[in-house]
Design a protein around this ligand. Structure first.
Ligand code: E4P
Length: 219
């Protein structure tokens, strides 16, 4: 499974990308607004930090407007992946951009039927939103499971990758991997939490204390 980081905070991305464990970045208008910075500056900096796909979302809701914005966003860097809402116009724009060789991410996916259309439109990624479904009392992960199962039925024709989004905790990450999602986009705090375990810390402290008693050095 690949990991994208779900933030527009350049400082956070730089720190996490230095680990070599970040395969891409997803941003959205809310995350960009949170930075208080100009969109194009933020995206150019992120694209320079992470070689993998950087999702940049259009703000237009009509086909022509989406295409205009998509082309402008795609000029920022070769690794921009244009994020489009899973609407009829978004699907049309996705189809056109896919034909032009521009990477796309169909976002705000809440039903497997939408994911089927995303695949038909040639989307590079489809983003099922897990946490937001949990928020309204559904089991969000079921959506990821269903999309992965459906896509597996068409290995010859469906190339769209399932990008589990709206991830809120470690359980979501593990369950998305079990379902077969290709990618999880995770908030920085969740990515950091993935390495933490009290028994790891306790075990390391014990090993270090015992090693010190030997009086030896490795280098
Ligand atoms: C994905 O690309 C979105 O940016 C993100 O995962 C949305 O998550 P949220 O529901 O926590 O806002």
């Amino acid at each position: 499974m690949q990991f994208f980081v779900d933030t527009a905070d350049v400082g956070e991305i730089a720190e996490l990308a230095a680990s070599g464990l970040v395969d891409g970045v997803t941003t959205n208008p809310t995350l960009v607004a949170r930075t208080g910075r100009p969109l194009f500056d933020v995206l150019a900096e992120i694209c320079a930090l992470v070689p993998g796909p950087v999702s940049a979302e259009v703000a237009a809701t009509d086909f022509d407007g989406m295409l205009r914005e998509a082309h402008r966003l795609a000029e920022i860097a070769g690794n921009i992946c244009v994020k489009l809402p899973l609407t009829w116009d978004g699907l049309k724009a996705c189809r056109r951009l896919s034909a032009e060789g521009i990477a796309t991410n169909l976002t705000l996916c809440f039903h497997p039927a939408q994911a089927l259309l995303a695949a038909r439109a040639g989307a590079t990624f489809v983003s099922p939103f897990v946490g937001r479904l949990d928020d309204i009392g559904h089991r969000g992960m079921e959506l990821v499971e269903q999309i992965c199962a459906i896509y597996r039925n068409y290995p010859e024709t469906i190339r769209t990758r399932v990008l589990a989004a709206s991830i809120r905790n470690l359980g979501h990450v593990v369950e998305a991997a079990r379902a077969g999602a290709h990618v999880a986009t995770v908030p920085p705090a969740v990515l950091r939490a993935m390495v933490q375990h009290p028994l790891t810390d306790k075990g390391l402290a014990g090993f270090l204390a015992d090693w010190q008693k030997t009086g030896q050095r490795i280098v």
